[in-house]
Design a protein around this ligand. Structure first.
Ligand code: NAD
Ligand code: IPM
Ligand code: MN
Length: 357
C-alpha cells in the first residue's frame, strides 16, 4: 500500500542533506519495492520568508495526515531576531507538539570505520551503541510562565519554567524501558533531583514505573551533570539513557562526538502507536557551512532509515539502507566533518552505490 512522507527540507544545510534522502527514496521506490509518495513543503525560516509563518497551517495538517515526516534543519542568523513565535525553531517546536511525538530516540552508534574519526580515543568509542530517549514535548521548552519583563529599576528579567507531570514522565520512560528490553536491558535516567523539584518527581515516577511494570529491567539514576562527564569518560556504560527535553538536547549533541561527528546522529520522534513519526537529524542548519556542499548527509539518511523502521513498516529496507551506510563508510567515504573530502552529493553517491551493489 502506498505510504506518504512529508519532506520538510527547512533552512541552511537542511535542503542539502534532505536532497540526498530524496535520492535514496527514489532509488528504493524504483528498485526495491518501496511504495512511498513524497510531498515537500517549506518549513522554518524559508516558510516564514514566503508565508509569514515558520509552520503554515496547511503544512501542520498535512504532517498529521501523513505516515511520516522527515525534517532537515531549521534556523539561521537572519531569523534570530524574529519574535519568539515567528522564529524557525518555534515552527519545529509547534510541529513536535502538534504531532504529540513525546519520545525522541537519538541513537549514538559508532560505526567501526569511524572509531578514529572521534576526538575521543578509539578504545573509548569503538563499538559504542547508546539509545538516548529524550522527552520532546514538555519541560522548559514549553513551560509557562516564560518571558522577559522590564523591572522598575530599569533591569530586565528573563525566565522560563521547567515543568513535568506524572503522565509526561511515565510515557517517555515507558518507551525507554521497552527499548531496553530489546537491547542490554539497562536504563540510566538522568535528572537534577539534587536541585530541581521536577527532577525529584522525575526520579520518583521512573522508580515507581520500573517497580510496577519493568522489574526485569535494570534502572540506574544519574545526576545529569555526572551523566555529561560519564558520556566522555566511559560512554559504553550506557545502554538506554532517558532524560528530559533540555538535558536530552545537550547530552545527545555531546554523545554525537563519540560517534565521530554531529553529522552522524539521526533521530526518530514518536508518540502513540499508529500516529505519524517525525524524523530529523539532531544537527542544526549549520550556517557556517551552508551552501558549500560540505554537509554530511548521513544523519538525514539514517533518520530516513529510522522512518522506514518505525513508521513505514519496512524494517527490511531499513536494514538494507543501514548496511549500505556501513559499506560506504567501510569503503572510506568521508565528508569533511569525518576528516575526509567528499561533498554532500558524493557521500550520497557512495550510499547509493552500496545500495545497488
Ligand atoms: P548546528 O548543529 O547547526 O552546527 C554546529 C556545528 O556542527 C557547526 O560547526 C556545523 O557546521 C557542524 N555541523 C552540523 N551539522 C553538520 C553536518 N551535517 N555535517 C557537517 N557539519 C555539521 O548548531 P548551531 O550552529 O548551534 O545552530 C545553527 C542553527 O541551527 C540555529 O539557528 C539553531 O537554532 C538551529 N538548530 C536547528 C536544529 C534542528 O533543526 N533540529 C538543531 C540544532 C540547531
Ligand atoms: C534539536 C534542536 C532543537 C531543540 C531546536 C532547533 C529547537 O537543537 O533538535 O536538537 O532544541 O530541540
Ligand atoms: Mn539540539
Amino acid at each position: 500500500m502506498t505510504k506518504k512522507l512529508l519532506l520538510l527540507p527547512g533552512d541552511g544545510i537542511g535542503p542539502e542533506v534532505t536532497a540526498q534522502v530524496s535520492r535514496v527514496v527514489s532509488w528504493l521506490n524504483d528498485n526495491a519495492g518501496l511504495d512511498l509518495q513524497v510531498e515537500t513543503r517549506d518549513f522554518g525560516g524559508t516558510a516564514y520568508d514566503k508565508f509569514g509563518s515558520p509552520l503554515p497551517d496547511e503544512t501542520r495538517d498535512l504532517a498529521l495526515s501523513c505516515d511520516a515526516v522527515l525534517m532537515g534543519a531549521v534556523g539561521g542568523p537572519q531569523w534570530a531576531k524574529n519574535r519568539r513565535a515567528l522564529r524557525p525553531e518555534a515552527g519545529l517546536l509547534g510541529l513536535r507538539k502538534a504531532m504529540d511525538v513525546y519520545a525522541n530516540l537519538r541513537p549514538a552508534l559508532c560505526f567501526d570505520a569511524l572509531a578514529d574519526a572521534s576526538t575521543l580515543r578509539r578504545d573509548v568509542v569503538a563499538g559504542l551503541d547508546i539509545m538516548i530517549v529524550r522527552e520532546l514535548t514538555g519541560g522548559v521548552y514549553f513551560g509557562e510562565p516564560r518571558g522577559i519583563d522590564d523591572l522598575p529599576d530599569g533591569q530586565r528579567r528573563g525566565y522560563d519554567t521547567q515543568v513535568y507531570t506524572t503522565s509526561e514522565i511515565e510515557r517517555v520512560c515507558r518507551v525507554a524501558f521497552l527499548l531496553a528490553r530489546g537491547r542490554k536491558n539497562k536504563v540510566i535516567s538522568a535528572e537534577k533531583s539534587n536541585v530541581m523539584e521536577s527532577g525529584v518527581l522525575w526520579r520518583e515516577v521512573v522508580t515507581a514505573l520500573q517497580q510496577r511494570e519493568f522489574p526485569d529491567v535494570e534502572l540506574e539514576h544519574m545526576l545529569a551533570d555526572n551523566a555529561a562527564m560519564q558520556l566522555v569518560k566511559n560512554p559504553k556504560q550506557f545502554d538506554v539513557l532517558v532524560t528530559d527535553n533540555l538535558f536530552g538536547d545537550i547530552l545527545s549533541d555531546e554523545a554525537s562526538m563519540c560517534t565521530g561527528s554531529l553529522g552522524m546522529l539521526p533521530s526518530a520522534a514518536i508518540g502513540e502507536a499508529g500516529k505519524p513519526g517525525l524524523y530529523e537529524p539532531i544537527h542544526g542548519s549549520a550556517p557556517d557551512i551552508a551552501g558549500k556542499g560540505w554537509a554530511n548527509p548521513l544523519a538525514a539518511i539514517l533518520s530516513f532509515e529510522m522512518a522506514l523502521r518505525w513508521s513505514l513498516d519496512r524494517a527490511d529496507l531499513a536494514d538494507r539502507l543501514f548496511a549500505a551506510v556501513k559499506t560506504a563508510l567501510d569503503s572510506g567515504a568521508r565528508t569533511r566533518d569525518l576528516g575526509g573530502s567528499l561533498s554532500t552529493t558524493e557521500m550520497g553517491d557512495a550510499v547509493l552505490k552500496a545500495l545497488a551493489a
